[in-house]
Design a protein around this ligand. Structure first.
Ligand code: NAD
Length: 471
């Protein structure tokens, strides 16, 4: 059942490539409506937890099939409101299907353990039980993949949910939730709240009926949620920002390193938490690598996502202004602009910014420390491997990192020393496999159980240790 929002917050969805005419505008949910969503999830909780694993697996697998069957329509919605190139939109929708398919099987495989008992008369084992009601809060940059991996994991393990997507991308979230209802997910099991974070956020996270919170978004919001929910002692998962380095040593394949830097820094208009924002290069190859990166950056096409360019627009006017502000800050701090640096001449409308490369970036500059979340890459020169690792680690964040080298010992040493939750050897900082755990360190993550991978169900379940001595 859908209800109109009754707050005074206006949610306006725009195509960031043609923002003059809003796609749709409506009132966001109020605090009372957020509480009603929690009530609905709480009321449905026992029945959903009592469904068999087979039923949950079947229904979530069916969600995957429906997502695949509706791929093009879902991708179009996604691209219209988020802006990414339509081929990336289709890729993300297919990924969402893959996620539901993979995590559906958690319903049957999220197991406890049988553990050798110290007492021969006692059987000792653990069981996993759903938390109950979980609140899922998601950002706009992967607006179907991120809700999908939280939803699929939570539902497979028997939880009911309240999903609050970003106000920039509510349409794709609504389509996803409609699709869940179509395949037979019962009323109250999944509840969508479209509303401003400042209006509904606290109601969705501090309500005593909420048994867990999984958040993905900025570090600032994540820390706010962690602080407000901390006293309740419920599981909280916060996956947040990044300032991801790609290190390049002199023995590296420089062509491959340049390709990876381009894809990592400018894919998705730099709007990935794992985007490459620092290219930390050995001084012996810095000029050659920079030239290769600049040449590739200048060859990238920019345009509306539906035209399938290399780079679409930033998601919003605010994000685009932030990109342009950071470019100004970098120039003021003394970095040298190699290419890009402003809005392209065409397209004229839309939140476009050119792929931008700065050299002479010093590790302490704001452009080297703060998350820009746009297509801006800073090249930092270093004298050796040790300095590269020191610079790579010298930020608050610790999400993803990569190194390009043919030296096995150096790459092994990098994996040990680097402070990042995802580490790539000769690969981009972006991209991950559903069967691999995903999450960061330091200010990038609360470092509870990671998302994705073989054990993501642990966050969504209580573990009970059972000692069974039969009479
Ligand atoms: P954001 O923090 O502004 O918003 C994220 C979500 O939180 C949105 O749904 C928003 O409405 C909600 N929110 C805002 N205030 C809230 C409050 N007080 N209480 C509860 N919810 C509230 O982030 P964004 O701009 O949507 O996304 C970009 C950020 O997300 C970047 O920092 C990026 O690095 C990060 N991100 C991280 C990951 C990861 O896995 N580490 C993945 C994608 C994006």
């Amino acid at each position: 059942m859908w209800t109109d929002g009754d707050s005074t917050d206006e949610i306006t969805v725009r195509d960031p490539a043609a923002p003059e005419d809003p796609i749709v505008a409506f009132s966001g949910a109020s605090e009372t409506q957020a509480e009603e969503a929690v009530s609905a999830a709480a009321a449905a909780s026992d029945n959903w937890a009592a469904t068999t694993p087979d039923d949950r697996d079947t229904i979530l697998y069916e969600v995957a099939e429906r997502i695949d069957a509706n791929r093009d329509a879902l991708a179009e919605t996604l691209t219209r409101e988020e802006g990414k190139p339509i081929s990336s939109g289709r890729g993300e929708v297919s990924r969402a299907a893959e996620i539901f398919r993979f995590f559906a099987s958690y319903a049957r495989s999220a197991t406890g353990e049988t553990i050798p008992s110290s007492d021969p008369e006692t059987l000792t084992y653990t069981v996993r039980e759903p938390l109950g009601v979980v609140t899922l809060i998601t950002p706009w940059n992967f607006p179907i993949a991120t809700p999908s991996w939280k939803l699929a994991t939570a539902l497979a393990t028997g939880n009911t949910v309240v999903l609050k997507p970003s106000s920039e991308t509510p349409m794709i979230a609504k389509q996803l939730v409609e699709l869940l209802a179509e395949v037979g997910v019962p009323n109250g099991v999944v509840n969508l709240v479209v509303g401003s974070g400042s209006t509904v956020g606290d109601a969705l996270t501090t309500d005593e009926r909420v048994d867990g919170v999984s958040f993905t978004g900025s570090t600032e919001t994540g820390q706010h949620i962690a602080e407000t929910v901390a006293t309740r002692g419920i599981p909280i998962q916060t996956e947040m920002g990044g300032k991801n380095p790609q290190v390049v040593l002199p023995d590296a394949d420089l062509e491959a390193a340049a390709d990876a830097a381009i894809s990592g820094a400018f894919g998705g208009c730099g709007q990935a938490c794992t985007a490459t924002s620092r290219l930390i290069v050995h001084e012996d190859v810095a000029d050659e690598l920079t030239a290769a990166v600049v040449e590739r950056a200048e060859a990238l096409s920019i345009g509306p996502g539906l035209d399938d360019p290399d780079i679409g627009p930033a998601v919003s006017a605010g994000e685009n202004e932030t990109n342009l502000e950071y470019i100004e800050v970098a120039e003021k701090e003394g970095a040298t602009l190699q290419t890009g640096g402003g809005q392209p001449a065409t397209p004229e409308a839309g939140y476009f910014v050119e792929p931008t490369v700065f050299t002479d970036v010093e590790p302490g500059m704001r452009i080297a420390q703060e998350e820009v979340f746009g297509p801006v890459l800073g090249v930092i020169e270093v004298a050796d491997f040790d300095e590269a690792v020191r610079v790579a680690n010298d930020v608050n964040y610790g999400l993803s990192a990569s190194i390009f080298t043919t030296n096995m010992a150096k790459s092994r040493s990098f994996t040990k020393q680097i402070e990042a939750g995802v580490v790539k050897i000769n690969g981009t900082t972006t991209g991950s496999h559903v069967q691999m755990p995903f999450g960061g360190m330091k200010a990038s993550s609360s470092e509870t159980q990671k998302e994705l991978g073989q054990h993501a169900y642990e966050f969504y379940t209580h573990e009970k240790a059972i000692y069974r001595s039969d009479p």
